[in-house]
Structures are given as structure tokens and as C-alpha cells.
Design a protein around this ligand. Sequence first.
Ligand SMILES: NC(=O)c1ccc[n+]([C@@H]2O[C@H](COP(=O)([O-])OP(=O)(O)OC[C@H]3O[C@@H](n4cnc5c(N)ncnc54)[C@H](O)[C@@H]3O)[C@@H](O)[C@H]2O)c1
Length: 125
Amino acid sequence: MSHGSVATKSGNGHGTSYPRRLEGKVAIITGGVGGIGASTVELFVENGAKVIITDIQDHLGLAMSDKLGDNVTYIHCNVSNEDEIINLIDTTILKYGKQDIMYNNAGIIGNKSRSILDADNSDLE
Ligand SMILES: NC(=O)c1ccc[n+]([C@@H]2O[C@H](COP(=O)([O-])OP(=O)(O)OC[C@H]3O[C@@H](n4cnc5c(N)ncnc54)[C@H](O)[C@@H]3O)[C@@H](O)[C@H]2O)c1
């Protein structure tokens, strides 16, 4: 090690130290229980974010939020249900007073012949 670089066992859990780039940020991650979403949740928490996990697999989501601690909350939300999305945002604002990041990870494979800008609710059902 040279020139004042610092390696510690604190911070990110990988043996090196770098700024927690999401400190104080409030992030919603849809489909956060499985696959890429679950890995993203862990990375965001390591970087200091408060994370709202949403998914349709409630038992796994609740177990995940228990395991990851106070900075993680699970809220049921089927992203194809507009009322559940409204509830998700309202609950997030009620709890944290803001929402900084929306990671739309739960993907819907729909009609690919149209631009996303032309999508309407029926494309998400
Ligand atoms: N894995 C890949 O190689 C790959 C490649 C390109 C794009 N993607 C996209 O990345 C995203 C994540 O992929 P993945 O492989 O981690 O998927 P995954 O199937 O492992 O996980 C998806 C998560 O979304 C949840 N989910 C499914 N339907 C939902 C709904 N209606 N509302 C809320 N949550 C819902 C599932 O319960 C699951 O926890 C998807 O949008 C996928 O299309 C993945």
C-alpha cells in the first residue's frame, strides 16, 4: 500500500474502504426478492441507502427485510396493479418523507413493437 491509500475491513465488507455513495438516499427496488433485484438490494444497503423492497413473494420479502435490518422495509406491490403502486409510493413518503431512487427491476415482457414512450396500462397487464 502506498501514497496514503486506505484498506480497512469496515465500510463495504470487501476489505477496502470507499465512500458509501447512497448514504441517506431512499430507494425503491421492484422485484427485489429474487435474482438481480435481491443482489441490488444488498449492494444499495452496503452503500448506505434505505431500501424499500417490493415484490409479490411476500414470505421471502419479509424474511429478507428481517435479515437485512432496520434500513430495509418490505412492501407488497404487484407492478401491474396501479393501486398497489400508489400505495407503495404513499407508504414510502409516509415513512421517509421522500423517495430518491426508483429501480424498476420487475420487468414485464410485452409488446416490443412499440416504444416505451407509447406504452399504456394494458401493456403492463
Ligand atoms: N437475468 C437476465 O439475464 C436478464 C436479462 C435481461 C433483462 N433482465 C431483466 O432484469 C429483471 C430481473 O431479472 P432476474 O433474472 O433477476 O429475474 P428473476 O425472475 O430472478 O426475479 C424477478 C423478481 O421479480 C418479482 N416479480 C415478478 N413479477 C412481479 C410483479 N408483477 N410485481 C412485482 N414483482 C414481480 C419476482 O417475484 C422476482 O422476485 C427483469 O426485468 C428481467 O426481464 C434479466
